[in-house]
Design a protein around this ligand. Structure first.
Ligand code: NAI
Length: 218
């Protein structure tokens, strides 16, 4: 079983959104916001925001609301975004290259150290100055360059093997796009991403009216 969290994942999953909204407010010059205003902007109740923030000691004052910069800085720290993280991508195909090409992660402190692949046509190429290496060099590279996060964009049949190899070398966190659940020891973090979950909510919403019309007719 992967590593458990001390507070609920539902709260943790809301934090990046708070962070994003507060960052936007800060950029547009807003210095102070009431919990009601923040809740209206975010589509979350004010009490939900208060409860979430209370899990980390609480912020804001009765009658004053939140100081946007202070809250933004606090959530930045809570999310561990004041540190830097070394990462690698395993699988330098369409998705691996797309992630490597996106500069945003780098600016948040997630440094890409190398990509790995089995395809000789890709090995030796560079994506934004980061080299694609032969996956045979994986263990050697990770021994010499401590890696915090491995990003998995390989075919799902290969994912467990790569995870086992990296766990054996001490890698403690995986951002898994490989559409398969991987087994890891208790002290290892796996965050699996399924873009289709988000896409399928669109197809649901496109069909919701029709669905409820049918349910009513029954
Ligand atoms: P792709 O075929 O373009 O890239 C996969 C790459 O992995 C290839 O370059 C291949 O040579 C390499 N590879 C194969 N075995 C390997 C190994 N043992 N070690 C290192 N590299 C290896 O595929 P694409 O489109 O980039 O998708 C990659 C994975 O991501 C697939 O599993 C796909 O199902 C998944 N995916 C997941 C999404 C999500 O939302 N989670 C969205 C899109 C794709």
């Amino acid at each position: 079983m992967a590593k458990e969290t001390k507070i609920s994942m539902a709260i943790i999953r809301r934090l990046p959104r708070y962070h994003r909204y507060l960052g936007e407010l800060l950029n547009s010059g807003v210095t102070r916001i009431s919990s009601q205003e923040l809740s209206k902007k975010m589509g979350v109740t004010a009490s939900q925001i208060r409860q979430d923030l209370n899990s980390f000691g609480g912020f804001g004052q009765q009658g004053y609301g939140y100081n946007v910069k202070d809250l933004y800085d606090a959530i930045t720290k809570i999310l561990g975004l004041e540190k830097t993280y070394n990462s690698i991508i395993v699988g330098a195909g369409n998705l691996g290259q797309a992630i490597a090409n996106y500069t945003g992660f780098q600016s948040w402190g997630f440094k890409l150290k190398a990509l790995f692949d089995v395809n000789p046509k890709l090995i030796g190429l560079k994506i934004r100055d980061v080299e694609i290496l032969d996956v045979d060099l994986l263990e050697d590279f990770v021994s010499k360059n401590p890696i915090d996060i491995a990003i998995l964009t390989i075919p799902k049949e290969r994912a467990q093997e790569i995870v086992d190899r990296l766990v054996a070398k001490g890698v403690k966190a995986f951002w898994n796009f490989s559409a398969v659940d991987v087994n890891v020891p208790d002290d290892v973090i796996v965050e699996s991403v399924h873009l289709s979950d988000s896409l399928f909510t669109i197809s649901y919403r496109l069909n919701e009216d029709e669905l409820f019309k049918k349910i009513k007719e029954k």
